[in-house]
Unconditional design. Structure first.
Length: 255
């Protein structure tokens, strides 16, 4: 299945489904997958010995018993460390291997991951089923150069701000990952959605965990929702006749 060819609305499990199990753990991804969710979101960090892990924070303190930075620990140390009392930190290679028929949104948190991430994507042939996101456009452009044209990307923060303010020229068929709000400040707006669609961009809104907001966004015509509660989003989409089964996704082209 190619990420860019999947019919919307996309149901994307944030950090694997952080409302179902400890974030970015195999258990979270498995629970979302068992629901029929085939779009999984995670973050990527680099270990001291040059491996990639599915982990959001730069620091370990919030979700593990360890302290300090992720990049100060080896893969072996991290993959034996529980997350929020659940399963251990997961390597990105293991994650891609565990769900070969799923698509992934991978959020790049650090430019140090760019080259090893491109190498992993190339080695696994996973480019068609990945959409990369990140704060800086230069990071995403470099990844596309290294990993090839099959790789999808979302707008950088700067490009998203440009889209929100006055539009611009963007690569057709790409994605705009739009936060519902930043703190108390609303970010998603109907006019931004219209601008994005005029530019042939698909809008995916994050992070949405209540059903009333899910319905409102779907009524507006968003192309996907990123959520900690893929179970709730699944029920919303089923009730609206907009749920795509795993069989639907499996029938899509892979290259």
């Amino acid at each position: 299945m190619r990420y860019r060819d999947a019919p919307g609305p996309l149901a994307v499990a944030h950090r694997g489904g952080a409302g179902l199990a400890a974030e970015n753990t195999l258990e979270a991804f498995r629970r979302s997958y068992a629901l029929g969710v085939r779009f999984l979101e995670t973050d990527v960090r680099l270990t001291r010995d040059g491996h990639l892990v599915a982990f959001h924070d730069g620091l370990l303190n919030r979700v593990t018993p360890l302290t300090g930075r992720v990049r100060a620990r080896t893969l072996a140390e991290l993959t034996s460390t529980p997350v929020l009392g659940g399963g251990p930190v997961l390597s990105l290679a293991a994650l891609l291997t565990a769900f070969p028929d799923s698509c992934f949104t991978i959020d790049v948190k650090d430019p140090a991951v760019i080259e090893p991430l491109a190498e992993l994507i190339t080695a696994t042939g996973a480019a068609p089923r990945i959409c990369v996101a990140g704060a800086r456009g230069a990071w995403l452009r470099r990844l596309a150069e290294l990993a090839g044209p099959e790789l999808c990307s979302a707008l950088s923060w700067r490009d998203l701000a440009q889209l929100a303010s006055r539009g611009g020229r963007f690569t057709a068929g790409g994605f705009a990952h739009v936060p519902l709000r930043l703190g108390r400040l609303p970010v998603f707006r109907d006019d931004l959605l219209a601008r994005a669609h005029d530019a042939d961009l698909r809008v995916v809104v994050w992070t949405v965990n209540d059903t009333s907001t899910m319905h409102r966004l779907l009524d507006c015509g968003v192309d996907g929702i990123i959520t900690d509660r893929p179970d709730l989003l699944r029920e919303v989409l089923i009730s609206r006749g907009q749920w795509h089964t795993p069989e639907t996704h499996a029938a899509l082209p892979t290259a």
